[in-house]
Design a protein around this ligand. Structure first.
Ligand SMILES: [Zn+2]
Length: 233
């Protein structure tokens, strides 16, 4: 039997490139998508279905951690709060962005780890990267190392702990897009917008990263945006 990988996939660029890398390494892909009450859930699910089919995943599982929404603390899950867009997106890294979801990656990884142990997967692939780690410490190399240390004691004595792998952990968005082109990732199927509209809004932080990433990578952006802010965003 080949090696199995659980790929945590939001439907965005980063996790899609990471899953594609797993596929190119010869892993049998078991894709996991987690809903946590995010605004874009419907679009994310559509994207993940296309991406999984394209990559030939043997299994696609949708699960939920919607308790995160009930616990609150994020503009992504509390629809009464505004998601910053356009000029409002702050580049100030001295405060927690409203789009932070409290401990989200820790919760998602707990589910992915349970899945990995259950099916005997030897790796869990995630799209954590240096771009996100600027604002979100649960995308950092240090977080990955510490999580792997926890995993050793999180599985049964006779299970082999899966390894959390973040192949993009040192890369910024343009480098991730270049990497995606190199490995043949289905970037055209990805969805990044925080707002969850049919088209990408073009103005939220995630859309801004996406637009800038394609532009700086020198790769044609396949995305249709509702609006274009200034080129400097
Ligand atoms: Zn957007």
């Amino acid at each position: 039997m080949g090696r199995l990988a659980v790929c945590v996939c939001s439907g965005g660029i980063d996790s899609t490139v990471a899953a594609t890398i797993a596929s190119r390494e010869g892993y049998e892909l078991h894709v996991l998508h987690v809903s946590y009450g995010q605004r874009a859930e419907l679009r994310e699910r559509e994207a993940v279905k296309k991406i999984s089919a394209y990559l030939g995943a043997v299994e696609l599982k949708f699960t939920t951690a919607e308790m995160i929404k009930e616990l609150g603390g994020s503009a992504l899950t509390d629809y009464s709060r505004d998601v910053p867009a356009g000029e409002e997106v702050k580049l100030d890294r001295n405060e927690t962005p409203p789009t932070w979801v409290p401990c989200r990656n820790l919760v998602l990884l707990s589910l992915a780890s349970a899945y990995a142990e259950a099916i005997g997967a030897d790796s869990i692939f995630v799209g954590f990267n240096a771009e996100e780690a600027k604002s979100y410490p649960d995308n950092s190399k240090e977080f990955v190392e510490r999580y792997n240390a926890v995993l050793e004691k999180a599985v049964a004595s006779f299970s082999t702990p899966p390894e959390l792998r973040a192949p993009l952990v040192d890369l910024l968005k343009p480098e991730i897009i270049k990497k995606g082109m190199e490995v043949g990732a289905p970037l055209k199927f990805t969805y990044s917008c925080y707002l969850g509209g049919e088209k990408h809004c073009g103005l939220c932080e995630s859309c801004q990263h996406r637009r800038r990433g394609f532009r700086e990578a020198g790769v044609e952006d396949p995305t249709e945006y509702e609006a274009f802010a200034q080129a400097s965003l």
